[in-house]
Write a protein that binds this ligand. Structure first.
Ligand SMILES: Cc1cc2nc3c(=O)[nH]c(=O)nc-3n(C[C@H](O)[C@H](O)[C@H](O)COP(=O)(O)OP(=O)(O)OC[C@H]3O[C@@H](n4cnc5c(N)ncnc54)[C@H](O)[C@@H]3O)c2cc1C
Length: 390
């Protein structure tokens, strides 16, 4: 077994958007940083085809404070990094119809209440009636009654962004090592002292160990978790579909729907990306061909919302990226009782890309300042075992 002699102050495990953007911010703050990635940078949920939605609209209200801190950072780094981060602020529409069995006053009440609370929590939101919505998106279907418009929402080439942060982290002095899978956490007296790699090498930990390995967090933490530290997380594989745009229609916004599991984006080459639908059955490597069930349900929802898609041709389906999801739908960011110098963050539940820069800003504040920011309390794991703690 070999051991690296000098410990970096911070060892980050995981080279997705979380690990890469945190490595950049900490290196900028003057910390020595080593990042260990089992595969390549952006090999997990932060990589692959298409674009990710950067959306505050209709997000869990507990996440909005993180979004309001993180969204301006997408704009900042888009301008600051040479070549940007692949971010486009195009605005988002959350669409409403009156689904079977629902009452119109309830749907309209929901629209008004959501708009009001999003504005109160700092996310600029505008209630649009049917005509105002169709003015923005003429291709939408007839059953639409209106929408909530968030001008701060957008889309991002997630692979490009993750690679851009990795590049900038290296420039700022961080050491990013790929092909280095962590198999165990070595610890003494309640502190992580190093991590063991598959190669047998031990990488020592100076001040802090940060686990940002998505579905790989639980396997690393399991040996040290105390009985009360339950982390109720499942693993999911969301499916993305791509269809042609036969009549060169224009979709101007990031589109989501209140009652259909659907997210629509027009990507840079003009074709349409359909996601947000049903996940596929889990396999460790994902399922490149997706599933027929997920495809059928997703297409039906897409066509109900944008009827012209019925004339599109199917280009490809991609269900290759694995995501960890918490049972209450919001991330888990905490430190383990047995390892006081170890922070972990995962369970982004299918919508973690947009808020990554907000979380990694707070993680940087925590690591550099020494105090856990109040804004992260709501994401503590104690919510699963200390009733009403938040
Ligand atoms: C298909 C799909 C669509 C999505 N759409 C959206 C969207 O529209 N908007 C949005 O906001 N979010 C979306 N998400 C969620 C978002 O992409 C993820 O929440 C986010 O990318 C997670 O980033 P991460 O850095 O935590 O994880 P990852 O990108 O998965 O990175 C974790 C890394 O850790 C590495 N790793 C794992 N175990 C080990 C180990 N033992 N040792 C070393 N390295 C290890 C992995 O190889 C991986 O590279 C989507 C996710 C998927 C899968």
């Amino acid at each position: 077994m070999t051991t690296q002699t000098t410990a970096s102050e911070i060892v980050i495990v995981g080279g997705g958007i979380y690990g890469a953007s945190l490595a950049y911010q900490l290196a900028q703050a003057g910390k020595t940083v080593t990042l260990l990635e089992a595969d390549d940078i952006a090999a997990g949920a932060s990589g692959g085809s298409g674009e990710r939605g950067v959306r505050a609209n209709s997000r869990d209200l507990r996440e909005l404070p993180i979004a309001t801190v993180g969204f301006p950072l997408w704009t900042k780094y888009q301008e600051q990094f040479e070549g940007g981060v692949g971010y486009r602020r195009i605005g988002g529409l959350h669409l409403f119809n009156i689904p079977d069995g629902a009452h119109e006053h309830e749907v309209r009440g929901t629209m008004e209440a959501m708009t009001m609370v999003q504005n109160a929590l700092g996310v600029s939101s505008q209630l649009l009636n049917r005509d105002e919505t169709l003015e923005r998106e003429p291709e939408l279907s007839g059953d639409l009654i209106g929408s909530i418009y968030c001008r701060g929402d957008g889309v991002c080439d997630h692979t490009f962004a993750t690679l851009a942060f990795a590049k900038q982290a290296r420039k700022a002095g961080a050491s990013l090592r790929t092909g280095t899978r962590v198999t165990e956490i070595l610890h003494k007296k309640g502190r992580a002292t190093g991590v063991g790699l598959t190669s047998g090498e031990v990488v020592p930990v100076g001040e802090k160990l940060v686990l940002l390995t998505n579905s790989g967090v639980l396997p690393l933490l399991k040996p040290v978790l105390q009985p009360q530290e339950i982390l109720p997380v499942i693993t999911q594989i969301p499916q993305m579909m791509y269809v042609t745009n036969p009549h060169d229609k224009k979709i101007n916004h990031l589109l989501g729907h209140a009652y259909r599991k659907l997210s629509v984006k027009q990507i840079q080459d003009g074709t349409l990306m359909l996601s947000g639908g049903h996940s596929v059955a889990y396999s460790q490597a994902g399922r490149w061909k997706g599933s027929l069930r997920s495809t059928a349900l997703g297409l039906a929802d897409a066509i109900a919302t944008l009827p012209f898609i019925d004339e599109s041709s199917f280009l490809k389906v991609d269900a290759s990226r694995v995501e960890s999801c918490a049972i209450d739908g919001i991330p888990i960011v905490d430190t383990s009782a047995a390892l006081q110098n170890t922070i972990y963050g995962f369970a982004w539940t299918g919508h973690g890309f947009a808020i990554a820069l907000g979380f990694t800003k707070y993680l940087t504040d925590w690591i550099v300042g020494g105090e856990k920011p109040q804004a992260l309390e709501v994401f503590s794991a104690k919510r699963f075992h200390e009733p009403f703690s938040n």
